[in-house]
Design a protein around this ligand. Structure first.
Ligand SMILES: NC(=O)c1ncn([C@@H]2O[C@H](COP(=O)(O)O)[C@@H](O)[C@H]2O)c1NC=O
Length: 519
């Protein structure tokens, strides 16, 4: 009679798995909580403690850590030595091990979790059994996720629970224990005050594949989306797709850029993204007005864009989105009103495909995190560029002071500029981006592009620059376009020239003291 050991914290889908195994002739063995749960479902089960002759002890720290359990998982009954040990010690070999772990990741994600509570949620017996079974997958199947149950039962029923199938389960099992240990190491590092300043000597990236993507940036590149095991609420991995075509690699990149920009603002805000750069952005008292400003920034570039909102999309905003001639690839927002969904998912054709991404936690704070970027043969790691310098640290360096309205626009343009590829120049007026110069190799070129895109709409407007002006030419260019106030980090050895240029043009200029390069 085949034997399965089931020991799970997450009891999801056990009501389907256990009866199916019994039906297939399995004898079941379980730890305390799982046994009680199975019995409540009317499934007959043997207590591990009665098999080992040892009770669970030390508050559950020792339940399955016993040679009768590990011998049953690791034994190879067709090898003479193993067969002798099995017979001598009364070991009953296992065919299937179903284990999922104490919810360590969920526990440490909670606010104010105590260290003792976290430590107690480090599962020891579970990973030991998983690793034993994964190592011995020639003989034993290992199941670590309730989502696998249906496939496992299907394979057992159709006699396809073969070596190749068990090897795939083993691979998933080792990936799971690696991610689990990574989460523990990260948590322990977070307890060491200095460790937030430096990066680990050794880096293990433990992520779970969410989906294979149709292709990468281009059709000849294969691609997949990997996610953290317990992503924070304000992250792309936490977003739910409500409607539309399968997400592409480029969609995901643009959605991430949109959400990072849009969560900068407290007022209702909308941003229009192309190739990870905003071509439009606006804030206003209503979401519809914010969107109108954002879309009007550069309606030509906005065709086929990704749009971000920091409030739930309502019907009037959805109506504006659906105006003739517009075409949107994907939208990310904290939510969508029912009538907005109705409008966004019926006629014309693009609405059949438009990806609607709901991210309720979009505006929630995010912990200081690391950014990872692949280079050939390695990985660059840095802190995320969260927030900016406090406005109380900003200094007016010119004769002219900005007006209150200019100050509002400067703050707005500065936050947008942070999300534009360097060299970044943003022109704005009345909380609307009028022109963006992105990703140019010279700041002057970016200024010229921002001016051309603004097409006269930035007269009496403001300019933001992600890094200092190395020469006065960028300032002169802004003045020619009608700019009245500039915000930039400062710090050039030729700051004096830029300040003198501003004074000549009657422009107010603020230094923020923080650079926001985005390479
Ligand atoms: N200590 C052990 O020997 C041990 N054996 C299994 N576990 C875990 O105990 C949990 C199941 O416990 P219960 O069946 O009592 O609800 C599973 O998450 C399993 O991974 C253990 N717990 C912790 O290490």
């Amino acid at each position: 009679m085949p034997r399965a050991l089931i020991s799970v914290s997450d009891k999801t889908n056990l009501d389907r798995l256990a009866p199916a195994l019994v039906e297939l002739g399995f004898e079941l063995l379980s730890t305390g909580g799982t046994r009680r749960h199975l019995e409540s479902l009317g499934v007959e089960v043997i207590d591990v403690a009665s098999y080992t002759g040892f009770p669970e002890m030390m508050g559950g720290r020792v339940k399955t850590l016993h040679p009768l359990v590990h011998g049953a998982i690791l034994g190879r009954p067709d090898l003479p030595d193993d067969a002798t040990a099995i017979a001598e010690h009364g070991i009953v070999p296992l065919d299937l091990v179903v284990v999922n772990l104490y919810p360590f990741e969920q526990t440490v994600a909670k606010a104010d979790v105590s260290v003792d509570e976290a430590i107690e949620q480090i599962d020891i017996g579970g990973p030991s059994m998983i690793r034993s079974a994964a190592k011995n997958h020639r003989y034993v199947g290992v199941v670590t996720d309730p989502d696998q149950y249906a496939d496992v039962v299907g394979a057992l029923e159709t006699d396809t629970f073969d070596q190749a199938f068990r090897q795939r389960l083993a691979r998933a099992a080792f990936a799971r224990t690696a991610a689990y240990d990574k989460a523990i190491a990260t948590y322990l590092a977070s307890l060491e005050a200095n460790d937030t300043e430096s990066v680990e000597d050794r880096l293990e990236v433990g992520m779970q594949k969410r989906a294979d993507l149709r292709y990468g940036e281009n059709p000849h590149q294969s691609a997949a989306f990997y996610v953290e095991s317990d992503p924070e609420p304000a992250t792309l991995a936490a977003a739910e797709q409500l409607h539309g075509k399968e997400l592409s690699y480029n969609n995901l990149l643009d959605l991430d850029a949109a959400l990072n920009l849009i969560r900068e603002f407290d007022d209702p805000a909308s941003a229009v993204l192309k190739h990870t750069n905003p071509c439009g952005c606006g804030t206003a008292e209503s979401l519809k007005e914010a969107f109108t400003r954002a879309y009007a920034g550069d309606p030509v570039s906005a065709f086929g864009s990704i749009i971000g909102f920091n409030r739930a999309v309502d019907a009037e905003t959805a109506e504006a989105l659906c105006e003739p001639g517009r075409f949107v690839e994907a939208i990310i927002a904290p939510g969508f009103d029912a009538d907005a969904i109705e409008l966004l998912t019926t006629k014309p054709t693009w609405k059949k495909n438009v990806r609607l991404m709901k991210l309720p936690g979009l505006r929630e704070p995010r912990r200081g995190d690391r950014d990872y970027r692949r280079v050939t043969g390695g990985l660059l790691v840095q802190d995320r560029d969260e927030g900016t310098s406090p406005s109380s640290d900003w200094k007016v360096v010119t004769e002219r002071q900005p007006t209150d309205a200019e100050l509002t626009d400067l703050t707005f343009a500065w936050l947008v500029c942070k999300h534009v590829k360097s060299n970044a120049i943003v022109f704005a007026k009345d909380r609307m981006v009028t022109g963006v110069g992105a990703g140019q190799m010279s700041r002057l070129d970016s200024s010229m592009i921002a001016a051309r895109k603004s097409d006269g709409r930035c007269v009496d407007g403001v300019c933001a620059s992600d890094a200092f002006f190395p020469f006065r030419d960028g300032v002169d260019q802004a003045a020619e376009a009608g700019i009245r106030a500039i915000i930039q980090p400062g710090g050039s050895k030729r700051d004096d020239e830029a300040i003198a240029a501003c004074n000549e043009h009657g422009i107010a200029m603020l230094f923020t003291g923080r650079r926001h390069f985005r390479h």
